[in-house]
Every structure is written in C-alpha cells, then in structure tokens.
Design a protein around this ligand. Structure first.
Ligand code: NCD
Length: 357
C-alpha cells in the first residue's frame, strides 16, 4: 500500500474527526497507523463475489464499518476522499434501479469517478464479447467493476481476467452478496444480532440469488433459516444448506423473528410453478390477517422491487414493521463500507478511535 494512499486515509480521518467534532456527538482519539491498516483489514485489494468467500469476522467488519458511515452521513451528507482518483465502473447486463443507483451513490460519496455502462446502449449490442468489453474498461484504468449479469458466475470469470477489484451486484440465480450484507446489517440494526433468531425467507426461492446469499449470510451470523414457499419453488435440494424447509406459511410466521418476502421472478420462470397468482397470494402472501399472527416485533423485509398485492399486500407495506426503504438507505452505507474496505481502509472499531463524548 503506497504512501499516497496512507495520506488519503489520514486526510479522510481528519475530515471525519472535524465533522464529528462539529456534530458534538463523537470524538476521535487516535489516528491509525500503517501497521494497523495492514493487519486488521483482510478485505484489502480483494474481490467481493459471494458470501461463502467471506469470514464471519469480515461480515462483522463490513457491518460495523457501514454503521459508522451511516451515523456520519445521515447527519450531514459529505463526500470524503477515500476513492479520489479511482474509477468505479458499473456494468449492468440486467435491469436494476436500486442496486445500481446505490453503488453509484456510495462511490460518489467516497469521491470516485463513476462510469455507468448501460449494456443496452453499449457495443455489447454489436456483438462484443464480455471479455473484450472488460478489456476496454481495463484499458481505461477502471479500479473497481461492479457487475450484474444474467449468467451465474460471470463476475467470477471476470475477476480472473482483470486487475480491477470485481464486486458482484447479482449473477443469475447464484449470488447477490451486497444485498445479503445489507439485509444482515438491517437485521442487526433492529435486533442487535442475528444469533439465535429465526429468519424466514419466503417465495420464489429457486430463482432467487437473494435467497441463496441471504441464507448463507444469516447462518454465518448465527441465525436459523426457514425457506418457505410451494414445493415447486423450494425444491428438496435446498436441504443441503442445513436450513428448514416449510410449505406452510401460516405455521412459519408463528416461528419467525424476521420474514424476508421475495418477488415472484416471472422473467426467470420457464414453466408453470403454481396454478395462478391468486392461488399463490392466498397461500403465501403476507396479508394484514397474517401480520396479526406474526410474533411481536417481527421485522418484515423485501429486497425490492415489490409486486404489490402479489407477495405483500398494500396494508403490510404501510406497516412500521416493513423496512424495505430502510434497507435501501442501509444499502448505500454497506456499499460505502465495501468500497472503503476493499480500498484498504482502516477498521474503525479495531483502532478504538471512536468513543461517545
Ligand atoms: C433483487 C435482484 O435483482 O436479485 N433485487 C435487488 O437487487 N434489489 C431481487 C429481485 O429482483 O426480485
């Protein structure tokens, strides 16, 4: 790690320190050393491709760093120069609203230059291969590539062929690690920890990269996971993940501390997985009646976009327990934390520099 980068981090700390002093809530007592940076942050210079490649400590580190960013930046939005001079390229081969914007905002708050490649208007439509597109980006010195692709493992392939750090923003039905990290963060924010919680993930599990990454992240952090839906959408082979499978939503809601509702992904379904949307809604939608039967203090989540009236009713969306918009806010903080840590940022709590005044 170069001297210049250390100066950047030092400058970032100065800015944070001033900001925090001005807001009168925190004080920084110690500036991190070069050694601390090197030892504590095991994510430096890596890719972020899936949850199974992260240790429990790394997930904790990302969540703690995200909390720090959220605390600071929701009080007064400021850019910090952590990624100044770096280029982040978002390369989305599938449609997205919140994930792409969230990455863009996170990168901009860290002062990166951001290039958004909309594949539908790029040379991909002229037949350019993935690898040639990527080499073009590399020739422009992109430092981070945030990739969404319809094919599972496309970001893994990319990471083996490029110097830049690759962040997986969703690949096929395989993985969506940053969604799982922001979901993990959102649960910890509400409940303090995932340890011994029961989390139900409900709906179109078979087509969902969110379900696959969420269950791995939640289990890693000590939760029990129930996958719930019709047998066609929750096939037996999910047993290999050491989760409970349920086809009875009414029974599942009695046990769950957290319920994560998934969208029916029509665009990925190749056959008829249930008789009709009406039938599905009757058995698996989170309705007002079902909300009354949930545990006290239940957290209701959804990665978005939501199909109103299909998997969740309008009344439930308006309930204070339904935290979809908070998940979006947390997504920016979590993605800032990821960029910060991949860039070699100092773990805030390990150097013990933040104390309540
Ligand atoms: C999810 C996705 O794209 O996998 N959405 C998201 O990232 N916010 C889930 C979905 O599309 O239903």
């Amino acid at each position: 790690m170069g001297k210049l980068f250390c100066r950047e981090i030092g400058f970032f700390y100065e800015k944070l320190k001033n900001h925090i002093k001005n807001t009168n809530n925190f004080c920084l007592t110690q500036k991190p050393t070069f050694r601390t940076i090197h030892i504590m942050n095991t994510l430096t210079g890596k890719n972020l491709l899936d949850i199974q490649s992260l240790t429990t400590e790394e997930v904790e580190l990302i969540c703690k760093t995200a909390k720090y960013f959220k605390d600071v930046f929701t009080r007064s939005v400021k850019s910090v120069p952590v990624l100044r001079g770096k280029t982040v390229c978002t390369l989305f081969y599938e449609s997205s609203t919140r994930t792409r914007i969230s990455f863009e905002l996170a990168a901009k708050r860290l002062s990166a230059d951001v290039i958004n490649v909309a594949v539908s208007t790029s040379s991909v439509t002229k037949g350019e291969s993935l690898i040639d597109t990527v080499h073009t980006l590399e020739a422009m010195n992109a430092d981070y590539i945030v990739m969404r692709h319809g094919a599972s493992l496309a970001p893994h392939f990319l990471s083996k062929n490029i110097k830049a750090s690759v962040i997986n923003a969703g690949d096929g039905n395989h993985a969506h690690p940053t969604q799982a990290l922001l979901d993990t963060y959102s649960i910890i924010e509400k409940k303090g920890s995932l340890k011994d919680l029961t989390v139900a993930i409900v709906g179109d599990i078979i087509h969902s990269r969110v379900a696959r990454s969420d269950m791995k992240a939640f289990k890693k952090m000590g939760a029990k996971v129930i996958l719930c839906g019709p047998p066609t959408l929750v096939p037996d082979y999910f047993n290999q993940y050491d989760v409970e499978i349920s086809y009875d939503f009414d029974d599942t809601i009695k046990k769950a501390d957290v319920i994560n509702m998934l969208r029916i992904q029509k665009e990925r379904q190749t056959g008829a997985f249930f008789p009709s949307i009406r039938e599905y809604h009757k058995k698996f939608a989170l309705t007002e009646d079902r909300l009354k039967k949930c545990k006290n203090g239940v957290i209701l989540m959804h990665p978005g976009p939501v199909n109103r009236g299909v998997e969740v009713s309008n009344k439930v969306i308006d309930s204070p327990n339904f935290i979809m918009n908070e998940q979006v806010t947390n997504g920016v903080a979590v993605r800032m934390a990821i960029f910060y840590l991949l860039a070699g940022g100092v773990p805030f709590e390990d150097v013990n520099e933040v104390q309540e005044a």
